[in-house]
Design a protein around this ligand. Structure first.
Ligand code: NAD
Length: 346
């Protein structure tokens, strides 16, 4: 039991949540939920915004510093009366009246998070502290998008939420992995000490339209390479595994977690497991059968295997992914072709 509590399986806070602003209960606000999405101009964030905006009772505020995100991802909402976009860095305090905070701001691809590791860890630690401070001040519920990287190079397979991970604290990926681990700690400390309503999603590899091209993530790399007619570069040994969740499934899981009664952490990902060579074969077959597959050197601390155990998400959120990898990959192709300016040959 003690172990369950220390893993956050229960709402273990003894404090009542902070009182929301009285404005929340005024007639004007009753119909609308104000939702802040940090990192909302990024890949997952912008799809989340699309889904939240479908509900006419939601007002959505995005804050983003555009480090890896782009206004382009949100262009259909700019000017909409229920939508607001603010250029802001989460390492600085933010004062806005909101009911829910989806805290996504953080570069997710190794190329970007390793580019300025000090900034990455500041984003994870100071950025999360600032968002928790905001949640405390206005009585908002806050969801953190943590990551399967908190499991490091896992010694348990598949990974359940009770696994504490095998992470190198001083490696080149630590700014991200350890940054997210501290962010999770902060979430639970604010929950236990101040009664903040928290939700933690541990996201596994996600793919779909609007991923940054050439950002070092394996699905976007392979698809861009296949469209350009370049060799698909599989990092050695090629037998390392990952599981890939299509972005619409991910967004559905995040919203269910936010709306549900469980703090998490909850794994959200697709348990279908593929080796990097299998993924390359699938991209080759579906997008460009003429390209070669080439093996290249790997980067340090690359985990050998990753596969979520999603029993908790199934049981507590009634969630499981619907889109299979072979159906999701072609859905990305058109978006990548448009952005690369390379139409399909007939
Ligand atoms: N995509 C995945 O496979 C994956 C896997 C695990 C976890 N996650 C998590 O999900 C979240 C979103 O990931 P994504 O794939 O959409 O990445 P992304 O890089 O496309 O989006 C991150 C967004 O955060 C913004 N941002 C970064 N630092 C910021 C700062 N200091 N202040 C304000 N904005 C900032 C970026 O400009 C970008 O718009 C991240 O927290 C990431 O750690 C993603």
């Amino acid at each position: 039991m003690a172990q369950e509590v220390s893993n956050g399986n229960h709402n273990s806070s003894t404090k009542p949540p902070p009182t929301p602003s009285p404005l929340r209960f005024s007639k004007f606000f009753q119909s609308n939920l104000r939702i802040l999405v940090t990192g909302g101009a990024g890949f997952i964030g912008s799809h989340l915004v699309d889904k939240l905006m479908e509900n006419e009772k939601n007002e959505v505020i995005v804050v983003d510093n555009y480090f890896t995100g782009s206004k382009d991802n949100l262009k259909k909402w700019i000017g909409h009366p229920r939508f607001e976009l603010i250029r802001h860095d989460v390492t600085e305090p933010l004062l806005v009246e909101v009911d829910q905070i989806y805290h996504l701001a953080c570069p997710a691809s190794p190329i970007f998070y390793k580019y300025n590791p000090v900034k990455t860890i500041k984003t994870n630690v100071i950025g999360t502290l600032n968002m928790l401070g905001l949640a405390k001040r206005v009585g908002a519920r806050i969801l953190l998008t943590s990551t399967s990287e908190v499991y490091g190079d896992p010694l348990e397979h598949p990974q359940t939420e009770n696994y504490w991970g095998n992470v190198n604290p001083i490696g080149v990926r630590s700014c991200y992995d350890e940054g997210k681990r501290v962010a999770e700690t902060l979430m639970f400390d604010y929950h236990r000490q101040h009664g903040i309503e928290i939700r933690i999603a541990r996201i596994f590899n996600t793919y779909g339209p609007r991923m940054n091209i050439d950002d070092g993530r394996v699905v976007s790399n392979f698809i861009a390479q296949a469209i350009r007619g370049e060799s698909l570069t599989v990092q050695l040994p090629g037998t390392q595994t990952r599981s890939f969740c299509y972005v619409s499934d991910m967004v559905d899981g995040l919203i269910r977690l936010m709306e549900g009664e469980h703090t998490g952490p909850i794994n959200i990902g697709n348990p279908g497991e593929f080796t990097m060579l299998e993924l390359a074969e699938a991209v080759k077959e579906l997008i460009n059968p003429e390209v070669e597959i080439a093996k290249v050197e790997n980067t340090p601390d690359d985990p050998r295997q990753r596969k979520p155990d999603i029993s908790r998400a199934k049981e507590l959120l009634g969630w499981e992914p619907k889109i299979k990898l072979r159906d999701g990959l072609p859905l990305m192709e058109e978006d990548f072709r448009q952005r690369l300016g390379i139409p399909r040959k007939n």
